[in-house]
Structures are given as C-alpha cells and as structure tokens.
Design a protein around this ligand. Structure first.
Ligand code: SAH
Ligand code: SF4
Length: 377
C-alpha cells in the first residue's frame, strides 16, 4: 500500500488545505485539480504550469491513483462500459450512454448491495464494501480519460451523471456526497445540479439528510404501488414504508424553490407489478407528489424467476399513466451487446453477507444451474 496522499478524491477545500500543509500557496490546488479532472493527468511531470521544484516535491509526497480498468467495452450503439477493478478482485461497473448532445455516466457507489431487491442482480450478490471517494470519482476520471480532454470550448462528453450503478448511494453517504460535490465543481467535472441524479431505493432518514447537504436531482426506485408488493420487491420498504417514502419525496419538492419533480423509477415485471390495477394504484399514490415516471422494462438475468412484459403491456401501462397526466418515459435498453443495461451491472463481489452463496444453494436445491458472475462477457 502506498504511503503517498492520493489527490484524486480531494475536493477543493481539502486540496487547498493539502497545498498549505506542504508550504505552498492554496491556489496551486486549482491548477492541479484542472490537470487531474479536466486533462485526466496522473503524472505531475505533465503539469507544465507548475515549476520543476514543485513537481518534484509533489511526486515525493502525493500521487494521482485511479482504480484499475480491467476491461473497456464498446457497444455498437455508442455505449461504453468499464469494468473497474478494486482490491481483492472486487469489481464494479461504470457505463456511458450517449444520446445526442447528452452523455450520461452511470456510476457505482458500493461493491454489491445489502438491500437485496428481488429483481436486481447486484442485490443478489450481497454486499462487500463501500467505495472510497477516489473510487467513485475515479470512475468519472477513467471515463473522461477515455474520451480525452474536453474540446477547446471546454465541452465535455459527460454532461449528466446518475448514481445508478451498483450499490445504494445513501448507504455510503459521506463518500457519495463528497464525490458529488467534486462532480459539480467547475474545477472537477462541472456537472449542473439538475444533471446530477442520485437514485435511492428509499432509505428515508438519509433522504432528509441529503437535502440538507447537497442540491442534486432525486430519483426513487419505487417499483410497486402498494406496501404488500413493495415489501417483496424492495425489502427496505419493510423498514420505511410507502407513506414515509412519499412524505420524504414531498419534502424534496418543497425544499427547493425551483420547480422540482422526483423521478420515480418503476421496473416493469411481467405479471408482477404491470397490471392495470397497479397503474391505477400508482396514480393514486403519486397524486400529491410532483413526479415523472420512468418505466424500466425488466432486464432478465439467469434464474431471476422474473420476465420482461411484452411491448404491448408496457405501452398500455405507460398510456394509463399518461392519461392521468404523468410525464411517463420508457427507458430504452442500451448497450445490450455488452451487458451494460440496468440491473446487469453485476461486477464481481467478494460477498460478505454470503447472500450469493445462500441464493445459489436455494437455486441448486431447485435443480437449476446458475453462473456465479456475469462480468467480462
Ligand atoms: N440502489 C439504488 C441505485 C441503483 S439504481 C436504487 O435502487 O435506486 C439501479 C436502477 O436499476 C434501479 O432503479 C433499479 O431498481 C434498477 N434495476 C435493478 N435491477 C434491474 C433489472 N433486473 N432490470 C431493470 N432495472 C433494474
Ligand atoms: Fe441495491 Fe438498488 Fe439493486 Fe435494490 S435495486 S439491490 S437498492 S442496487
């Protein structure tokens, strides 16, 4: 393990403090941040606006150490996926999805996830650990480096970020907040607050804390319109039921003065949560919560036990919600050929909760065979 300070995960005040601590002017932090996050530098020697003596000094005490890129996949539709290797063989995945002028990076926050949603392959692998700030921001850094420095008008390929990769971001609270601050900072990645989205499955107390700490867009993984069904699909609902979750969503909309809506994510699973009655209940549930709804056709993975509804069922569900006045989109599956779709971000997890072992034993008892990991396909 290196004893040098890793500058990659430092926000602006931390970086300024660091320079002061080594007897340098605080503004040096700004120059170095631009080198790291704008130009993707990892070598102080390339920082030509710093004097030779300072470059040498920095190389002695500090480093810019991003996570290791195990694999980079390019999809036919422009989607890119990085398999990012952390310690002990743990891997997470980061995906870039281009869409006209918009480029969205889907970032992971944890190795695995402890919340065990029944339709999510990340959840099926159990939880190992939180990512550090350097590992979270490192995913942006890796993507940025892959594109090269922004053009001479400063236009970047990554315009939007969604914390929708592996893990529950609100359960890695401090590191996610720090990383998002750096994403927003002009000396970091300059992502506008409305283009930076945190997605949560509904860790209610942390939602309130989030609003007090940072202004970003909010997405909620809803997936069911009543507690009975949500308890099964999103088990954290047993702790924070829909009434509490909806109150927290309303608070978000009230808290910020501009017109805000919460994006409600709803994975459509054939015969489970995609019936007419579910659409009706959803309309009722969201009556007092300004929302837009994003329908996500279920992405199958081996032995999930669930199926994706056919196109007609999906369209009918969308039509019902639209008729009730909700802006309702259907998330198109991107990067299918490189397994980059939602719910296929399985990484590789040294499962501490032993959930994957239990799950496999359960499936084996039913006489089925399942692969341990899907990554690297
Ligand atoms: N833990 C957070 C952040 C991860 S976001 C959350 O749950 O919100 C990942 C998104 O992909 C969530 O909306 C999740 O519900 C969805 N997802 C997970 N498994 C999926 C699958 N098999 N098919 C489609 N979407 C899935
Ligand atoms: Fe965790 Fe989100 Fe997957 Fe649920 S959907 S298991 S909260 S990553």
């Amino acid at each position: 393990m290196s004893s040098k300070v890793n500058l990659l995960g430092m926000n602006r005040p931390q970086m300024e403090d660091f320079f002061e601590s080594i007897g340098e002017k605080r503004f040096r932090a700004h120059q170095v941040m631009k080198w790291i996050h704008f130009f993707g530098a990892d070598d102080f020697e390339t920082m030509t606006n710093l004097g030779k003596a300072l470059r040498t000094k920095l190389a002695e005490v500090a480093e810019i150490r991003g996570p290791h890129v195990a694999l980079e996949h390019f999809s036919n539709d422009g989607t890119r996926k990085w398999v990012v290797e952390l310690d002990q063989g743990n891997k997470v995945e980061t995906v870039f999805i281009p869409d006209g002028k918009r480029g969205t990076l889907c970032v992971s926050s944890q190795v695995g996830c402890a919340l065990d949603c029944s339709f999510c392959s990340t959840g099926k692998q159990g939880f190992h650990r939180d990512l550090t700030v350097a590992e979270i921001i490192g995913q942006m850094w890796i993507a940025q480096r892959s594109f090269g420095a922004p053009d001479n008008r400063g236009i970047r390929n990554i315009t939007n970020v969604v914390m929708m990769g592996m893990g529950e971001p609100l359960l890695n609270f401090e590191n996610v907040i720090s990383a998002m601050e750096l994403m927003k900072d002009d000396l970091g990645y300059g992502v506008a607050k409305k283009r930076l989205t945190l997605s949560t499955s509904g860790v209610v107390p942390r939602m309130y804390e989030l609003y007090d700490r940072i202004d970003v867009a909010l997405a909620v993984s809803l997936h069911a319109p009543n507690d009975e069904l949500r308890d099964v699909l999103v088990p954290v609902n047993k702790k924070y039921p829909l009434s509490e979750l909806m109150a927290a969503c309303r608070e978000y909309v009230d808290k910020f003065p501009d017109t805000r809506r919460v994006t409600m994510e709803y994975v459509l699973i054939d015969g489970v949560n995609d019936k007419y009655e579910h659409a009706e209940q959803l309309i009722e549930l969201l009556q007092n919560v300004p929302s837009k709804i994003n329908l996500i056709p279920f992405n199958p993975f081996p032995n999930s036990g669930y199926k994706r509804p056919n196109g007609m069922r999906i369209k009918a569900f969308q039509d019902r919600l639209m008729k009730a006045g909700f802006v309702t989109t259907i998330r198109t599956t991107r990067g299918d050929d490189i397994d980059a779709a939602c719910g296929q971000l399985v990484g590789k997890v040294q499962d501490r909760t032993r959930r994957s072992a239990q799950w496999q034993a359960k499936v084996a008892a039913k006489g089925k065979k399942i692969p341990v990991h899907q990554t690297g396909s």
